[in-house]
Design a protein around this ligand. Structure first.
Ligand SMILES: CC(=O)SCCNC(=O)CCNC(=O)[C@H](O)C(C)(C)COP(=O)(O)OP(=O)(O)OC[C@H]1O[C@@H](n2cnc3c(N)ncnc32)[C@H](O)[C@@H]1OP(=O)(O)O
Ligand SMILES: N[C@@H](CCO)C(=O)O
Length: 366
């Protein structure tokens, strides 16, 4: 069930605008333990929501690696999204109408600060594992650079330290499609539909791979010269997004993704990543053309204590969603290794909220 947190204080954004108040839509699963050291925070990607059990089945849920029986799992809907947090659909007090296209730019740094603020309001300090893929990975990296002491472990998938020119070009092409639809932001029924559908169709080309399309959408050999499966697939994917997503929010989120650069204000990407204290698992997808492996290699090279795993998927970039079971296996190995390291080094944990000391996660107070 979606929960809501209302933060009645102004929030000044990186680009200078101020939101007068904030709404955070979020989900939690499981219970916070006495030591308060079992928090897993999941950052969602572009068009998902805070219900990570729903969109990451096989990874998050009872009996999975991220199991609510063991962990207190939290996922907060990012600012700008249409799934409940403050967004272009929110009331603009200056006009008395929804913000629409006037919604200010929300950078990945703004969203990381938003998550930190929400964590504070919910009484969460130390976080055992911070995790996210794609744009969720960008938020996780930004937050881990911003507050390195908060996190023990970090797992990022199919993501980067700075959004690439290639990724920005894909996003701009999608925004061109959105803007070409002159109904965008108007009151007309179905406003922005054609633009959003075209934008999603463009995006699909970056989320999948040549082999995904050829493997699933090819025609039988024959004499066909029109009405191809690949064409109806593109149209259907556009329509499918239209049924569940808002074009103005899509526009806002794509601008936010472009803004991503952990190095901004920190002396560059390498210096920023060197700030991260969490033991880190970086997962690449061998068919990801949007966030290719070399981008995760940069993460692994500069994050002090990191491990890079390359996962096979026929799905391309979207493998970070569809290969949940494989991701769970990588993560499970990583978590087991970390517990062994914690035990052998007798690493002591101090719960930042209570000041109590614990020998290893889940152990007795010392
Ligand atoms: C409220 C919410 O729902 S938000 C939470 C859900 N969404 C998210 O979390 C966002 C992230 N998720 C995603 O991006 C996607 O769901 C993914 C990547 C996980 C999976 O993508 P899918 O679109 O389901 O997979 P795939 O590319 O195989 O397409 C399958 C769909 O295309 C249809 N399809 C396949 N070939 C064709 C074709 N030639 N012509 C028309 N339709 C086709 C299938 O019938 C199927 O339709 P369905 O989704 O209605 O069952
Ligand atoms: N399929 C993903 C791709 C972006 O990472 C989404 O729609 O969120």
């Amino acid at each position: 069930m979606t929960k809501y947190l209302y933060i009645n204080e102004p929030f000044t954004l990186e680009a200078g605008a101020t939101l007068p108040s904030l709404t955070a839509a979020y989900h939690t699963y499981g219970q916070l333990n006495a030591a308060r050291d079992n928090v897993i925070w999941i950052c969602h990607a572009l068009t998902a929501n805070s219900d990570c059990e729903d969109w990451w089945p096989g990874l998050v849920g009872r009996g999975c690696t991220i199991d609510p029986e063991k962990y207190f799992i939290i996922c907060v809907n990012m600012l700008g999204s249409c799934y409940g947090s403050t967004s272009p659909l929110s009331h603009n007090p200056k006009t008395g109408h929804p913000y629409g296209l006037d919604f200010p730019l929300i950078t990945t740094k703004d969203n990381a600060r938003f998550f930190s603020l929400v964590a504070g309001h919910l009484g969460i300090r130390g976080i055992r594992l911070l995790m996210g893929g794609s744009m969720g990975g960008q938020h996780a990296l930004e937050w881990a650079c911003m507050e390195p002491e908060r996190f023990d472990l970090l797992c990022v998938l199919a993501t980067n330290a700075r959004h690439s020119a290639w990724g920005i070009a894909f996003n701009e092409s999608q925004r061109m499609a959105l803007r070409a639809d002159t109904t965008l932001g108007t009151d007309s029924p179905g406003a922005g539909k054609a633009g959003l559908e075209a934008a999603r169709a463009i995006a699909m080309l970056s989320y999948r791979h040549y082999r995904t399309y050829v493997g699933t959408q090819s025609e039988q050999e024959g004499e066909k010269y029109d009405d191809y499966r690949a064409s109806s697939y593109q149209r259907y994917q556009g329509y499918k997004l239209w049924k569940r997503f808002d074009p103005l929010c899509y526009y806002a989120l794509s601008r936010g993704m472009d803004s991503h650069d952990v190095g901004r204000g920190r002396g560059g990407v390498a210096k920023a990543l060197q700030r991260i204290r969490a033991s880190t698992l970086v997962i690449s997808i061998d068919t990801d053309i949007l966030f290719p492996i070399e981008e995760q290699a940069v993460l692994s090279r500069h994050i002090q204590n990191s491990r890079l795993e390359v996962m096979h998927s026929d799905y391309g970039h979207d493998g970070f969603l569809t290969e949940a079971v494989k991701i769970g296996e990588f993560l499970s190995d990583f978590l087991s290794d970390q517990l062994r390291i914690d035990a052998s080094t007798k690493r002591a944990f101090t719960d930042a909220l209570t000041g109590r000391k614990f020998a290893v996660p889940g152990s007795e107070e010392v």
